[in-house]
Design a protein. Sequence first.
Length: 405
Amino acid sequence: MIRWLLFLVALGLATFGAYWLTLNSGSVTLRWLDYQVDTSVAVLLVIVLAVMAVVALVYRFWRSLRRTPRAFGRWRRERRRGRGYEALSRGLVAVAAGDAEVARRQARRAEALVHDGPLTMLLSAQAAQLDGDESAAEKFFTAMRARRETEFLGLRGLLIQAMKRQDWNQALKLARRAYLLSPKSEWVVKTLYDLQKRTGKWADAEVTLGESVKMKLIPAGDAAHERAEMQYRKSLDSEGREALDWARKAHRSDPTLVAAAVRFAKLLVAEGSLRKAASLIETVWERTPDPELAEAYWAARKCDDALKKMQAAQRLATHNPKHEESRITVAVAALEARLWGEARGNLEPIAGNDASPRVCRLMAELEEAEHGDLARARNWLMRASGDEHAPQMSSPVPQLTGSSE
């Protein structure tokens, strides 16, 4: 709209100027050598404008001629680049589809058309990986790492290769460098954290854990469990009082972590704090019963014969009587003490059609030990191995029996 208004204003001014020249035409006389030209001002202006137009056209034509070779070269480069990017696109699609032959062919084509492009090197490396040529892929990734604009991509490729061949120390070095380049990258932080844990760099892993929580890569609720895991690993790598302190910290960080609780209890038993160890296991048993806890509990209660072990198992079971693991613990102790009725009374309620393989194996042991019934024992073992043709066993369902020490 504005352009049209400007055009109309210019047209009006031109019309007014022509009209004004018509009313005030005047005259002009030009003398040059032996020539004299008499004309009006309007005609002279028309001639000047015509000459200017011709000069402008000649200049534009001359300029176009000068620019033609450069424009032609630019057109060829753009066309070549377009074909190169087309090859890149097809190659990346082939990599995603797992077509090694097409990926390799398109990578060669892209490399010939788009020289030294980051995407070209990436495609060549991925095509080599897809073709199983890890050494060629490593060459491309190393070349990418040497260039500032592609260093991160090269590091990522080399890092994945190092993790594939389980060279964890080299992978950790690469992950640290990648973290310096991109500390906010979710993939980098997670990979660095996993490698630090795998290589036992617990102090560094704790720092990375804090960064992961800040970046919300690990929920705040899971951070305590992760920290407990690391403290437990530190305890395994330590000895004496230091090991006990790390186990205590791990248990406090996450009381539901059974491995940390077992470690803590065993170290307490080793230093003679039997009551404390037993109390600790009873507290953990209320939330997360586990066979390893039962073993540690028997050690804490100094169960040097089968009957004491049975009494300790019954006492431990009272801290979570409805849990299947409580019944199994009492049954294991009862089998060792040859108390068949006690064992059967605790196993049969959980030996239904959905019984776990562990329960089935215990029932097989009970049938063979109590009655010498090898047929029924074999049926239970078939169920434990997941044999769908094993006959289903039916038994009465008594209540859990037990007594405190």
